[in-house]
Design a protein around this ligand. Structure first.
Ligand SMILES: [Zn+2]
Length: 297
């Protein structure tokens, strides 16, 4: 990619970013990354638009892909970090997650793979148009092993998914989200509400979250005395009996299977993130009275 300032995408010019997705009002440079990206997957366009339309992040997505051609693989930690920051921000914008949500979790919720992997994958595919072999991650990819560009693309996409899955399993971040999504998604999720994303990340109205951000001294549920996170509310807290019943009816199960929750209507998911300050279940009231009696003695 070159010096074509006139058509350069930027957050300050979202019109360009949009027209780019049709490929009509923008000069397409031969076999460039824009072309590759649109044909690679829709989800990258979503990320690209989210990034390019966000005034907070003045980053040109195409330039990143071009850069990855020069530093392919997982060699440059700083580049990798920067790219994944972009992916995290795009995923949070798409998923309406709180800013405190980890990039890893937001990416999995939005179905948006780590950009360092995705851009390296695209760079490898482009390189193999001109060369016989090119590295992708730890693999040496040989053009002759594939009978068509489509076959090559499918293979590289599978490798990307594999790596993403491996990272997700070994990440220390977003472990609440991991309970809901143990397997990374092959397709993007497109519809979100803030409420449902807060439940799926545990970043919201939960003691575990308030404790994490320093707004509470404890992460425990005031009724049950165990960690208050979305899983606790879905499976155990009596205060959420009605919501739980509705959810189980919908799932056709007697107990809540956490990995099935993301498939439920978003408003049903969101109901588990409701404010609990004024509601205490009957069991909780008794428990609280007992505690008060004990305390007053
Ligand atoms: Zn509880």
């Amino acid at each position: 990619m070159t010096d074509d300032n006139e058509t350069e995408l930027s957050p300050s010019n979202p019109t360009n970013a949009n027209s780019d997705s049709t490929g009509k009002s923008k000069k397409i440079r031969s076999s460039d990354s824009v072309e590759s990206l649109t044909s690679t997957s829709e989800l990258l366009m979503l990320a690209k638009d989210a990034v390019n339309n966000s005034e907070q992040y003045p980053i040109d997505f195409d330039q990143m892909v071009e850069f990855m051609e020069k530093v392919s693989g997982e060699t440059d930690i700083l580049v990798k970090q920067k790219l994944n920051q972009v992916q995290g921000v795009a995923a949070k914008l798409m998923g309406r997650c709180y800013t405190s949500t980890s990039h890893d979790a937001a990416g999995v919720i939005a179905g948006l793979p780590p950009l360092d992997l995705k851009t390296a994958e695209i760079a490898c595919r482009k390189a193999l148009k001109k060369k016989e072999t090119h590295p992708y991650l730890h693999l040496e990819i040989r053009r002759e092993d594939f009978d068509s560009p489509r076959h090559l693309r499918q293979y590289l996409e599978l490798v990307t998914l594999d790596f993403w899955q491996h990272r997700w399993e070994h990440s220390e971040k977003g472990r609440v989200t991991y309970e809901f999504f143990p397997v990374v998604s092959e397709t993007p999720r497109k519809e979100f509400t803030g409420g449902s994303s807060h439940v799926l990340t545990g970043h919201g109205n939960y003691m575990c979250h308030l404790h994490r951000i320093g707004k509470s001294e404890t992460d425990e549920c005031r009724e049950c005395g165990v960690r208050d996170d979305p899983i606790h509310r879905l499976q155990r807290w009596a205060l959420f009996e009605d919501e739980r019943e509705a959810l189980c009816r919908m799932l056709g199960t007697r107990e809540v299977c956490v990995t099935e929750v993301p498939n439920c209507p978003l408003e049903v998911i969101a109901s588990f993130g409701r404010d609990t300050l004024w509601g205490i279940s009957a069991t909780g009231k008794k428990q609280k009275q007992r505690l008060q009696l004990k305390f007053n003695k």
